[in-house]
Design a binder for this molecule. Structure first.
Ligand SMILES: N[C@@H](CCC(=O)N[C@@H](CS)C(=O)NCC(=O)O)C(=O)O
Length: 215
């Protein structure tokens, strides 16, 4: 009998969506459990699975794993379906590099500053801070530049071979471009812009779109 696959995450979480995209691309069936990491009172049961109280966590039978880059590597190795980590060494390095850039320098300014303050907070009637948007945009530009350089080089983010780099970057970009400032900024980076034109049309991107909450 197949072991059950459970994704514990938050419907509007960019990181949870990375895992959803990877599982969609691999053709994996799973069930979800909604955990809002921003709510107070995260259960002890959840904290045992994720000691930092963030989302997501993947469970495959009795095996739990947190940290999205580890989850998607696990998914790729443990399940049938298209390979999401390339075999050649230069492409492996580029995949890991894109993921690290997104995690270390991209997520906070692109999602938590630009998208959250321009789009998400207004949708739920929360206060926004223009200064956060300005700072987020400024910090996003070198990230877009670095990713554009890697996209034009062609090992990854090339619109031909889907990798874990595409899965990791897509949810961040999907949120970033919902802000007019984000769209305008991306338009200045042609290789990355072309990558997103292609990635945004993939079924795995469209079918995992969480939409926006209402107030
Ligand atoms: N390093 C973690 C980051 C996950 C993360 O930051 N998730 C966000 C939601 S997209 C979260 O749980 N935020 C809660 C918080 O910041 O308190 C991973 O790779 O999974």
């Amino acid at each position: 009998m197949r072991k059950p696959v459970v994704l514990r995450g938050y419907q509007f979480s960019a990181y949870t969506r990375i895992v959803r995209i990877a599982m969609h691309e691999k053709g994996i069936s799973f069930r979800t459990e909604e955990i809002d990491p921003f709510a107070s009172g995260i259960s002890e049961d959840y904290l045992r699975r994720h000691p930092f109280g963030r989302v997501p966590v993947l469970s495959h039978g009795a095996f739990d794993v947190y940290e999205t880059a580890a989850i998607t590597r696990y998914i790729d190795a443990a399940f049938e379906g298209p390979r999401l980590m390339p075999l050649d060494s230069a492409s492996v390095a580029r995949v890991v590099q894109v993921i690290s850039i997104v995690d270390s320098y991209g997520y906070y300014p692109m999602v938590r500053q630009v998208f959250a303050h321009r789009v998400f907070r207004p949708a739920i009637g929360d206060e926004t801070d223009e200064a956060e948007i300005g700072k987020g945009l400024e910090a996003s530009l070198p990230v877009l530049g670095a990713l554009d350089t890697l996209a034009s080089e062609g090992h990854v983010l090339n619109g031909r071979t889907l990798t874990l780099a595409d899965c990791h970057l897509a949810p961040m970009m999907a949120y970033f471009v919902q802000a007019a400032e984000g769209r305008a900024a991306l338009a200045e980076y042609s290789a990355l812009h072309d990558w997103w034109a292609n990635a945004s049309e993939r079924r795995s991107t469209k079918e995992t779109d969480p939409g926006l909450p209402s107030a």
